[in-house]
Design a protein around this ligand. Structure first.
Ligand code: UDP
Length: 242
């Protein structure tokens, strides 16, 4: 791990449900959750204020449930509830590393986590607690990528990071073409024009219009997160044109 100081003060990290799945086909893999928690612990100890938006694709995705005949709105609520399960797992893993964490839900579920309020979330961050935002935006027809963009703006984050299974944004899927070109930098407008599947368009436009830079990194690469918060050329940086 590099021992360079962070150049970002407050970071919002979008973790997809897949990041908690490891090599399993479904659900939560304890080893993967603990590995992610250790990586987060390392950057928090460097003084970065960290907020997470966690996905639910390892448990339920609205789109795939719709195929089973469950109507879209219910399927999306089930997807949002899946993110709550992941958030609780991540909170527990972080606490085991000695890091204080708070799960805040966009849907009121008072018995198991806090309800999201802007003021309380900022207060937790200032107290160096990791805030784990769950239940997406609280609305069907959105994704957790859009929730991540929204919370990054609300938290006044100076960087959003999207942790994926690949090293950044490629012109074509590197699994299809191993020689595919990886972009080091891209503007949000290029992402839209080239139809690059970084995030859904709502999420991209929210970041673009509110000038939140986004770095896409590989969560399975040991020092990727550390390098991203230290301002190194890791993965792909996506920026708003002035
Ligand atoms: N979802 C939703 N509204 C939101 C966020 C999520 O309806 O604001 C639902 C949607 O069905 C989605 C599921 O929750 O498929 C899980 O989120 P996502 O697919 O973004 O998770 P990820 O792919 O990041 O694991």
């Amino acid at each position: 791990m590099s021992e360079v100081s962070p150049v970002y003060h407050r970071v919002l990290l979008k973790l997809s449900g897949e990041a908690l799945m490891g090599n399993t086909a479904f659900g939560i893999d304890a080893i993967s959750v603990n590995r992610v928690a250790q990586a987060l612990c390392h950057i928090i100890q460097k003084g970065v204020q960290l907020a997470l938006v966690i996905g639910g694709g390892n448990i339920f995705r609205g789109v795939s449930l719709k195929a089973t005949g469950i109507e879209k709105v219910s399927a999306d609520y089930m997807g949002m509830l899946a993110t709550v399960i992941n958030g609780l797992a991540m909170q527990s893993a972080l606490q085991k590393t000695g890091i204080e964490a708070r799960v805040m839900s966009a849907i009121h579920i008072d018995a198991i986590c806090e309800n999201y309020t802007h003021r309380e979330a900022i207060s937790h961050l200032e107290k160096k607690r990791v805030v784990i935002f769950v239940a997406g935006t609280g609305n069907p027809f959105f994704t957790t990528d859009s929730a991540a963009s929204l919370r990054a703006i609300e938290m006044d984050a100076d960087l959003m990071i999207k942790a994926t299974k690949v090293d950044g944004v490629y012109a074509i899927d590197p699994k299809i073409d191993p020689k595919a070109h990886r972009f080091s930098r891209l503007s949000y407008n290029e992402v839209i024009q080239k139809k690059l599947g970084v995030m859904d368009t709502t999420a991209v436009i929210l970041c673009r219009d509110n000038k939140i830079p986004l770095r896409v990194i590989n969560m399975n690469k040991v020092d990727a997160l550390d390098r991203a918060i230290s301002g190194f050329d890791e993965g792909t940086l996506i920026y708003s044109e002035e």
